[in-house]
Design a protein around this ligand. Structure first.
Ligand SMILES: CC(C)(COP(=O)([O-])OP(=O)([O-])OC[C@H]1O[C@@H](n2cnc3c(N)ncnc32)[C@H](O)[C@@H]1OP(=O)([O-])[O-])[C@@H](O)C(=O)NCCC(=O)NCCSC(=O)C[C@@](C)(O)CC(=O)[O-]
Length: 290
């Protein structure tokens, strides 16, 4: 019996690759995105216009967006931390922008060298300009359960930042368990608080699998009505500013799990397997094919 649709938002080419130490050639990133473009995703996070000194792996983002073969109906997203990043992303032809805030001050400072309040001030003109050209902006809240610098994060703090991003015009707010500290209980407590201020249909879950609980946490989020989940093909990833954070939940694992539960993702498992093999081959320490 079908339980309806669930969307996987593919973040492998950005959240996945940004943490790899080995320099990955632009042509390899393009090949991965082109493969993912055949898999049936609506949205693929393909690029990040941040400081190349802070995240060297994302330095070729403009060339990546210029080189991909765009598939009809797929939106290619790019991260932008400030107006400079926003303008670069627009010039490169990003179809949507992702801004990224944190629920904890420690991570905000380490990640983007700004307090939470300062980061929201930086994002305001992005939302303003994007609104004029009908460019969708997605908002991230990181550290929704715990922060590698400040420890446990209260659900009310997450709700406050999610509320602000939504009120500023983000069409969707993705809730990031950046260091995979969540449990089904802590994720549910956090979501209950956030659901009070942002409609659940505008929320997405972004679960890193550091402690092997991403799937359980996704189940908790599903039971509270979340139907969009970020995932990285091959389980790539992590954040350079969150020590110990490992990859996102793997797209192929999540797609299988959702299908077994009865949700439709519209993804082609064979193409996903092909992309996962490609992604794994790009790892600094490549893993054997599964
Ligand atoms: C945010 C900044 C830029 C502030 O950086 P800053 O040092 O405060 O900024 P600044 O304005 O003083 O600029 C410093 C230098 O960066 C340059 N710069 C300034 N802006 C840009 C830009 N847009 N693109 C390219 N260069 C830029 C600027 O031109 C200058 O260059 P310099 O004069 O030294 O040669 C910096 O701290 C940064 O780039 N941080 C990296 C943040 C990042 O990419 N983090 C990883 C992604 S977030 C994440 O992974 C979490 C998430 C989203 O996946 C969800 C989850 O799991 O929780």
């Amino acid at each position: 019996m079908s339980l309806g649709n669930c969307e996987i938002y593919e973040v492998g080419p950005r959240d996945g690759l940004q943490n790899e130490e080995r320099e990955i050639p632009v042509r390899d990133k393009i090949a991965l995105i082109d493969c993912l473009s055949r898999a049936g995703f609506n949205r693929i996070e393909a690029a990040s216009f941040v400081s190349p000194k802070r995240v060297p792996q994302m330095a070729g983002s403009g060339e990546v967006l210029a080189g991909i073969s765009r598939a009809a109906g797929v939106r290619y997203a790019a991260l932008a931390p400030n107006m400079q990043g926003y303008r670069d992303a627009c010039r490169a032809g990003a179809d949507e922008i992702a801004i990224f805030a944190s629920a904890s001050e420690g991570f905000s400072k380490a990640n983007i060298n700004a307090s939470i309040a300062e980061s929201l001030e930086r994002f305001a003109p992005i939302l303003e300009e994007a609104r004029h050209i009908d460019l969708p902006v997605r908002g991230y809240v990181s550290c929704v359960v715990a922060c590698p610098y400040d420890g446990a994060v209260a659900p009310a703090q997450v709700a406050e930042v999610a509320d602000k991003l939504f009120a500023m015009g983000c069409y969707e707010v993705s809730l990031g368990d950046t260091i995979g500290a969540g449990t089904p209980d802590s994720v549910a407590r956090m979501l209950l608080a956030v659901r009070d201020v942002v409609p659940v249909g505008r929320l997405a879950g972004h679960f890193h699998d550091t402690n092997g609980r991403a799937i359980e946490n996704i189940d908790a989020a599903l039971s509270l009505g979340v139907r969009v989940f970020d995932a990285a093909v091959g389980g790539l990833g992590g954040c350079p500013f969150a020590p110990g954070a490992s990859g996102n939940v793997a797209t192929e694992t999540l797609a299988r799990h959702l299908a077994a539960l009865g949700y439709e993702t519209g993804l082609d498992p064979e193409v996903i397997a092909e992309a996962a093999a490609l992604a794994r081959s790009m790892r600094t320490q490549p893993e054997p094919a599964q």
